[in-house]
Design a binder for this molecule. Structure first.
Ligand code: FAD
Length: 1014
């Protein structure tokens, strides 16, 4: 059929008297809608029957895409296989991975995809090679060129076809400053090449001022802000901006010399505010203030985008600054949804496609209404969205040169061509780079193509009718934070983790600064012993000091002796019967109230930890959240366990199992999670009906006293919890061996833990029960890195696991066991990444690592560093600034072997040992070769090796493809065995059972031959 097209100039030229647009009701709205549809139909006519190559049903790629779209399980496996493919260097390993990904009998994979592999025979190796080739070719369709050098002809070719470009250099996942430098340099090099080439390019649109369409720079680059600074974080907001600007300035300066345009891309939502602030901050600098060729991106799927746009527009107006706003719908939809659910944060985006589409239209209008200051780059392949923008631009009389249409390289070629044919200014976003650094980009593109809600899939995959696509229709995919199993939550509802602070929100950062300031003003805080609600001051003074500045006394604590310990135990013993008989629901209620109180004071609680325990902002906040989680979780658990369980089922008998508390619990807590672990152990003991004598660590008594006060304010009877700060050497053994103490809940070192277990095992005269010890001790945790691991991920997670909170977590990674084939590469990247970390006092928001807890810890760690230097090869030894802090260097030692002390002994500090394994099985043997079994992690993309690890990596908490710290209550019941502990699992469904004794009552219901019917 012959189609006719009315050129854009005619459409724009036609007089439009109506300025009501798409957001007013009534007849005009209808009229506008029908114009949008007419324009859309015309674009569709220009597309005709052309289908993008990736959707060609007869090609292998087309078949794979179709299969992905209809089979979710296949899609997952295929994208995962694609993800690992670039790291596989041999055909054998490609074939092995194909078997592992697609060889399961239950998978129903169409035969013509040729993904069926049973073994790595010569024939299958050839086939593996051809599949790799197919996938590489598919991937190359989305990437303009592998290197900046190769990019030039491709970009020139685009221009030859009437389209401008925006070049993006792939590889934003920079883990070190060296990588960020190299990335920025690649931009400078590319600009150099493009600068030379541009003289030979004719302006698009036929203008004679050497600008495309009379206004646009011929060279246009897109930069991902995360690539500008390896330590970019919302928490270290100002520092991130200032470091990113250091790399951005030379790029902008060069752009100005050649008249190039720079766009700051938009990535995940936690970098959104930072990106907008970075853009504004740079453009406010005098040298860039008047430069007209710059812009950034807004994502219509974000609920906040309208506010952001309004702010940007008013900023541009006020500063008389011209910016281009690339309006997109947003490419991180799936990942953002997962992160929001995992963090229990509000979902930041619209969960209904129609809402995103409508918001896109609304924002486009807003930009067009302010076209004098903000130019619109409409970045969409959706014909409805494009037609809407065209019509609105016309209606608002936005000059044509203030609107351009942007598309992605390799996507929707028929749409691209149609837009060019329509005479619209078209720019192609052209990524440049290799497959490995580009994988995240590629996966986003594929997800976009095969999403059932995407325009492209509906049009070219399903052949949806044009008319239907031109209506603003979308389907609903509700997505929200998950709810955990109710676990008897009753009216309180299901358990949900306390959301950690979102530091990208300015208010959260400023209120924490204020909390730190207020906390400091109260120092030194007086901390008395509290027995039976009565504050007792003693002369045994303990000073709680700031690890980052030993001159700063956070608390002056009265230490208990055996006399106070005796009083506390006797008071707790007296209170026990009444508390035991208290309705469990009322005990649980007190935990709920305590959680509410903690929530109100969470910034204060976290601020104290920054000073008292030397935790960074995020670590301190996470600790408080975990403590609240324990309260909420154990309260619900108790409600579940309080219901007697019928056991057995025979006529004439009723048998029930139920639990009751043990008696007086001595809770002996550590300093490293001063709030969370104390809260967890105390709340478990209390809610199950035990009375508690709580001895906090001498290093964290201020946090300890705040915990006591939270319980007290929540209505806990004063005789039930006694606060007994004191030195372990003075009162530790006394508490443990006291005949009236029934239960000891301990978290700490293996040395002290074993001593407690030994002492508690000896039943002294006067004892009324066998003592139970719930002990969580140390770890010598390993992360394993397989040949095919994603090293970008490995580096980030290893640094966090090994050096987060200075390595002072029992779950911290202290051994990195790496397959020899990637050892050198990983060691190199890890070294430069570690050298890029920001070190310094915990109160500094950008700080990643500060001082260790005290002088004893410092000396012990330093001695291990010396041992490490003799046993292995020193790779990193970075000193931490802070003259008055207990600082030890962040240390990485390579070439450690399993028999070395560094591979066997717990250090509890920022020291990481790198070990080399020849095979994955050997790595597993090494990992299991210590006396500990707490946490472990594996980075591998081999399903076989992951399965092997599940089975054979014997630790209490094993994490696959993530770091080994950061257990979350309810999701990762935490605790180890061997010398790591007695197998208890904090934050899991079995934990409370250890604080109780089970009882069984069986009644014979048969009386004179009569038994009640069930
Ligand atoms: C030149 C160019 C540059 C780009 N730069 C960026 C960038 O810097 N940052 C960025 O994030 N993206 C960027 N993108 C990608 C863009 O965000 C979209 O993912 C992509 O263009 C698809 O949108 P569409 O209008 O073409 O297709 P459509 O099919 O109409 O829309 C798909 C989009 O709708 C949204 N969506 C899908 N399902 C739902 C749902 N259930 N509920 C709510 N919303 C949903 C998602 O945003 C999805 O990407 C860019 C795109 C182009 C063309």
């Amino acid at each position: 059929m012959e189609l006719t097209w009315i050129p854009l100039s005619l459409i724009i030229g036609r007089s439009t008297r109506c300025f009501l647009g798409g957001f007013r009701g009534g007849a005009m709205n209808k009229a506008f809608e029908s114009r949008v549809r007419r324009t859309g139909q015309k674009l569709f006519q220009l597309i005709g029957d052309e289908v993008p190559p990736l959707f060609h049903k007869e090609s292998w790629t087309g078949k794979v895409i179709a299969q992905c779209a209809k089979d979710e399980a296949f899609k997952t496996e295929f994208l995962r296989f694609m993800d690992v493919l670039p790291s596989l260097k041999q055909a054998e390993s490609v074939a092995e991975h194909l078997i592992e990904y697609f060889g399961r009998p239950e998978q129903r994979i169409p035969l013509d995809l040729k993904l069926h592999f049973t073994r790595a025979s010569p024939a299958s190796l050839k086939r593996a090679e051809s599949i790799s080739k197919e996938i590489r070719e598919m991937v190359e369709k989305f990437i303009a060129a592998a290197t900046p050098g190769e990019a030039l002809p491709k970009l020139s070719d685009l221009r030859g076809r009437g389209m401008a470009f925006s070049a993006d250099i792939l590889g934003e996942a920079v883990v070190s400053e060296a990588e960020a430098d190299a990335h920025a340099q690649r931009y400078l090099d590319l600009m150099e090449d493009l600068g030379r080439a541009q003289a030979g390019w004719r302006s698009l649109g036929g203008s004679d001022n050497d600008l495309d369409w009379g206004v646009a720079a011929k060279i246009n680059l897109s930069i991902k802000p995360s690539s500008l600074y390896s330590q970019m974080s919302a928490r270290g907001f100002d520092q991130s901006i200032s470091r990113a600007k250091e790399r951005l300035r030379p790029v902008f300066r060069k752009a100005m010399t050649m008249g190039a345009h720079i766009c700051l891309d938009m990535e995940q939502v936690d970098l959104k505010n930072l990106t907008l602030a970075l853009y504004r901050s740079l453009m406010e600098e005098p040298e860039f203030r008047r430069y007209p060729h710059s812009g950034t991106v807004l994502q219509a799927y974000l609920r906040e985008s309208e506010t952001d746009l309004r702010e940007l527009v008013s900023w541009a107006k006020k500063r008389r600054h011209r910016a281009t706003i690339r309006l997109v719908k947003g490419a991180y939809w799936e990942a953002e949804g997962v992160y929001a659910c995992q963090r229990n944060w509000p979902v930041p985006f619209y969960t209904n496609k129609r809402e995103t589409d409508e918001n896109f239209e609304k924002l486009a209008r807003l930009v067009l209404e302010n076209h004098e200051w903000v130019h619109l780059a409409c970045a969409s392949h959706n014909i409805r969205s494009i037609a809407w923008v065209m019509e609105t631009a016309k209606e608002l009389k936005a000059p044509p040169e203030r609107v351009e249409y942007q598309v992605l390289y390799g996507m929707a070629e028929p749409v691209q061509k149609a837009l060019v044919k329509a005479g619209l200014p078209v720019r192609v976003y052209a990524p440049v780079g290799e497959m490995i650094p580009g994988m995240a980009y590629l996966v986003r593109r594929l997800l976009e193509m095969i999403s059932r809600e995407s325009f492209l899939w509906q049009r070219f995959g399903e052949g949806a009718p044009r008319g239907q696509q031109l209506k603003n229709r979308g389907s609903t995919s509700p997505l929200g934070p998950p709810a955990f199993d109710a676990s008897g939550g009753g009216e309180r509802g299901t358990f949900q983790n306390e959301p950690q602070r979102d530091w990208s929100i300015e208010k959260n950062r400023s209120s924490f600064v204020e909390a730190l300031r207020k906390a400091r003003k109260k120092f030194p805080i007086t901390v008395p012993i509290v027995i039976d609600g009565e504050a007792i001051t003693t002369v045994r003074e303990i000073l709680s000091r700031n690890p980052n500045d030993w001159n700063e006394v956070v608390g002056v604590v009265s230490g208990a002796g055996t006399e106070e310990a005796e009083s506390a135990i006797l008071a707790a013993a007296d209170a026990f019967p009444k508390w035991r008989d208290r309705n469990p629901a009322r005990r649980a209620e007190i935990l709920f109230h305590t959680a509410a109180g903690a929530r109100k004071k969470r910034d204060e609680l976290a601020a104290i930890q920054v000073y008292e325990a030397g935790k960074t902002w995020a670590e301190a906040d996470a600790d408080v959240c975990e403590g609240i989680d324990f309260l909420e979780y154990y309260a619900r658990e108790m409600l579940r366990l309080a219901v007697p369980q019928p056991v057995g089922k025979v006529p004439g008998e009723e048998s029930v199992l139920f639990y009751e508390p043990r008696g007086v619990a001595a809770v002996i807590a550590p300093w490293n999670f001063p709030f969370a672990i104390s809260m967890g152990m105390i709340s478990a003991a209390l809610v199950t009906g035990n009375t508690v004598v709580y001895k906090p660590s001498s290093n964290s008594c201020v946090t300890g006293t705040m915990i006591r006060s939270l319980f007290s304010k929540a209505g806990l009877p004063r005789e039930v919890l006694h606060f007994l700060p004191g030195s372990g050497s003075e009162i530790g053994d006394f508490l443990v061996t006291h005949p009236r103490v029934a239960l000891i809940a301990f978290t700490g070192s293996v040395k002290v833990g074993l001593r407690i277990i030994g002492l508690a095992g000896k039943t002294l005269e006067g004892s009324l029960q066998v003592k139970n010890v719930v002990a969580e001790m140390g770890g010598k945790n390993a992360i394993l890195v397989d040949t095919d691991a994603d090293l970008d991920e490995v580096v980030v997670h290893v640094l966090q696991s090994a050096f987060g909170y200075q390595g002072q977590k029992c779950s911290a990674c202290s051994r990195l066991i790496v397959h020899e084939s990637v050892y050198a590469r990983l060691a190199d990247r890890l070294k430069s990444a570690a050298e890029s970390l920001v070190l310094g006092p915990a109160e500094d928001p950008g700080s990643f690592m500060g001082a260790v807890i005290d002088e004893t810890a410092k000396q012990k760690i330093l001695s291990y560093i010396e041992i490490g230097k003799q046993e292995g090869t020193l790779l990193v030894e970075r000193s931490v600034p802070g003259e008055r802090g207990h600082v030890v260097p962040l240390t990485i030692i390579g070439d450690i072997r399993p028999e070395h002390r560094l591979a066997q002994e717990e250090i509890f500090g920022p020291v990481l040992a790198l070990m080399r394994a020849r095979t994955f099985d050997e790595a597993l043997d090494m990992a299991n070769s210590t006396s500990y079994a707490l946490t472990g992690a594996v980075f591998s993309r081999s399903p076989r090796n992951l399965a092997l690890a599940r089975e054979k990596f014997r630790v209490g908490n094993l994490y696959l493809n993530r770091g080994c710290t950061g257990a979350v209550v309810g999701r990762h019941p935490f605790g180890g065995f061997k010398m790591s502990g007695g197998g208890s699992k904090a934050g899991g469904p079995d934990y409370l059972l250890q604080f109780m004794v089970p009882r069984n009552v069986a009644e014979n219901t048969l009386r004179r031959g009569f038994a009640p019917k069930e």
